[in-house]
Design a protein around this ligand. Structure first.
Ligand code: ADP
Length: 663
């Protein structure tokens, strides 16, 4: 076994690799950016080295610096994790050239599968079915539009160098082709430095079923069954499970064989995934699935395969990299039960899944039978805007699908996050969704059910506001007692000193916006701590009687002058109103359009003097490799634009200002 391992990655996957390596007695070496100096994986590794500033292009993607650390620290091998350098053939070659083992396939296999067009040609030759389409070299818009016409709409434009759903656009009609092509090419150029695309038939009701393969350096190749990753949003996986619902023994056998063939065709070694697409309306038939691509690395969703096989895939990777033979044959492998994984993200489903950043004021996961949590952060850590905003993977295993999904659902219900917005309520709704439970879904399921899944702008949670205000009052009363009225955050605390009843309107700040609640006091004996208090927010009233606290303790997370109220996976931050803190009156004036987050301004479509219509696209900001369109909040005339396309913009930076409305 290799004696030492450098992990060229970060976050939960780095933590996960370090833990397995340590169990095998391997010395672990972390590399990290400035932003990750105090990260969990840095703390867990035996040693850690700074390789550059926050931007991944200056740190985690710097091959030279990482190799320099590897040599300096005497690392025998490098594990690239996923993302970053994991599928960069040059990196695998550079490792080899420096006498360091690359924990992954040979550079030649990465290269062969790296470009979707070449990969398709290669596996088709090996007899694996591929999706019909144009996979050639010509890239002229007119030519590609002609091809799309021949293939027949709807079509899918895909970046040849693509990954993670980037540079991919579904096009339903010729009219939209050119705009979609341009935006796919731009995104692909930015993300991969290669703007080339292919065009293929869009499968109308797609099921994404992928097969985990494993090969050693001695010619043995097996598959570890399939995963279903059809629950996707914007081509990104949200919940994955194994095995695939509706899979038959015959189709599993055919798909497994095709996956092994694809791996053999490129001389594969290590862990890899062969992705197939099938039409849900036809079911998973042994003759109706098509190769999409091969991912030449470990996948984010590998834990569900670990759960149903009882194997540790990272351990297997390290053994294979050390030259060992696979410790089993295909016939030794059996599926044990069912597993599902949900990706917990710092993002706001109520605001179009906008990534959310900031400090994790609370991060608590349940423990339980069949439950596994993979995370790279702990309570108190920051979710920064620099990397993928995944907080954790929640994985549940059980004897059957129903049990696994129920365990997943309960685990999500008991997960507590405060600070950044998260998709936890959305994930729970998804895990419970009847169509999904029935196994009746495809990759469009999420988009079709956004409302039912709660991914729509919902109003203020009045119950949470009332509870939060009550909690703040209670805090004040405790601080003030026994001398009523001291050090309260609000005016009107003379209410404490009254005997009898008194009602007053009190301003609070709810998620940054001013909000009035009304408070009714009933004090006897002048002791504030014993007051009966009722808080009304909108039509909801919450009360506290005397010194009895009936507030559900688990639902509150204190933060400075405010409190997070957690309720059904939603969070509401209620703070005392400080008239000098922010100019709240002008927050929602509707005249200015600001960057929703730190990112790069990639396009600005308007100039001063332009007339715009409500909902019109004004600018595009790219953050965390996703494009966010900024829309006009109302009809109007542009008074001013600020910001240069191609430059970074800060969260809240005003990009477009409309002329004030007449009257
Ligand atoms: P990436 O490498 O960017 O992840 P993939 O080729 O793996 O891209 O495709 C990602 C997802 O896009 C698939 O899981 C599937 O949902 C969808 N997809 C890909 N090809 C097609 C197609 N021809 N028709 C319909 N959906 C597709």
């Amino acid at each position: 076994m290799i004696p030492s391992l450098l992990i060229a990655n970060r976050g939960e996957i780095a933590v996960r690799i370090i833990r397995t390596a340590r169990r095998l007695g391997i010395r672990t070496i972390a590399v990290h950016s400035e932003a990750d100096a105090k990260a969990l994986f840095v703390r867990e590794a035996d040693e850690a080295h700074l390789v550059g500033p926050a931007a991944a292009s200056e740190s985690y993607l710097k091959i030279d610096r990482i190799l320099e650390v590897a040599k300096r620290s005497g690392a025998a091998a490098i594990h690239p994790g996923y993302g970053f350098l994991s599928e960069r053939a040059e990196f695998a070659e550079a490792c080899e050239a420096n006498g360091i083992i690359f924990v992954g396939p040979p550079a030649s296999a990465i290269r062969a599968m790296g470009l979707k067009d070449a990969a398709k040609a290669l596996v088709a030759q090996a007899g694996v079915p591929v999706v019909p389409g144009y996979h050639g070299a010509k890239q002229e818009p007119d030519f590609l539009r002609q091809k799309a016409y021949e293939i027949g709409y709807p079509v899918l434009i895909k970046a040849v160098a693509g990954g993670g759903g980037k540079g991919m656009r579904r096009v339903d009609r010729a009219l939209d082709f050119e705009a979609a092509l341009e935006s796919a090419q731009r995104e692909a150029q930015n993300a991969f430095g290669d703007g080339r695309v292919l065009v293929e038939k869009y499968v109308l009701s797609p099921r994404h079923v992928e097969v985990q393969v494993f090969a050693d350096g001695h010619g043995n190749v097996v598959h570890l069954f399939e995963r279903d990753c059809s629950l996707q949003r914007r081509h990104q996986k949200v919940i994955e499970e194994a095995p695939a619902p509706g899979m038959t023994a015959e189709t599993r056998e055919a798909m497994g064989r095709a996956a092994v063939e694809a791996a053999r065709a490129v001389g594969y070694v290590g862990a890899g995934t062969v992705e197939f697409i099938a039409d849900a309306r036809e079911g998973l038939r042994p003759d109706r699935f098509f190769f999409m691509e091969m991912n030449t690395r470990l996948q984010v969703e590998h834990p569900v395969t670990e759960a149903i096989t009882g194997l540790d895939l990272v351990e297997l990777q390290l053994r294979v990299a050390s030259g060992e033979t696979l410790p089993f044959t295909q016939d030794d492998l059996r599926i044990q039960g069912h597993a599902a994984e949900a990706r917990l993200y710092a993002e706001d489903p109520e605001k179009g899944f906008l990534p959310s950043t900031g400090r994790l004021w609370a991060l608590r996961f349940p423990t339980g039978e069949g439950l596994r949590i993979d995370t790279g952060v702990v309570e108190g850590d920051e979710v920064t805007p620099f990397y993928d905003p995944m907080i954790a993977k929640v994985i549940a295993h059980g004897p059957d699908r129903e049990t696994a999904l129920s365990r997943l659902s309960s685990a999500l219900a008991e997960t507590r996050v405060a600070g950044p917005r998260t998709n936890v309520a959305f994930l729970k709704a998804l895990a419970d969704a009847p169509g999904f439970r029935a196994g009746d879904f495809d990759t469009g399921f999420i988009d079709r059910n956004l409302d039912a899944l709660g991914a729509v702008e919902r109003g203020v949670d009045e119950t949470a506001v009332a509870l939060g205000a009550l909690r703040l009052l209670e805090r004040d009363m405790k601080a003030a007692s026994p001398r009523a009225g001291a050090s309260s955050a609000w005016d009107g605390r003379d209410g404490f000193q009254l005997v009898g009843r008194r009602e007053q309107v009190m301003p609070v700040v709810v998620d940054g916006t001013r909000h009035d609640v009304s408070v009714e006091w009933a004090v006897s004996g002048g002791d504030a701590a014993e007051a009966d208090v009722a808080v009304r927010s909108g039509s909801v009233t919450e009360r506290r009687l005397g010194r009895y606290r009936d507030l559900p303790e688990a639902g509150f997370v204190e933060r400075g002058d405010g409190v997070y109220v957690l309720d059904g996976g939603r969070q509401t931050f209620v703070a005392s109103f400080d008239p000098f803190a922010v100019d709240l009156e002008h927050l929602d004036a509707g005249d200015s359009i600001a960057a929703p987050m730190h990112g790069k301004l990639v396009a600005l479509f308007v100039a001063a003097g332009d007339r715009v219509e409500k909902g019109q696209r004004l600018a595009v900001v790219e953050a965390m490799k996703m494009e966010h369109a900024l829309l006009a909040p109302r009809d109007g005339v542009v008074a001013e634009v600020s910001g240069e396309p191609g430059t970074q913009v800060a969260e809240g930076a005003r990009l477009v200002t409309l002329e004030a409305e007449a009257g």
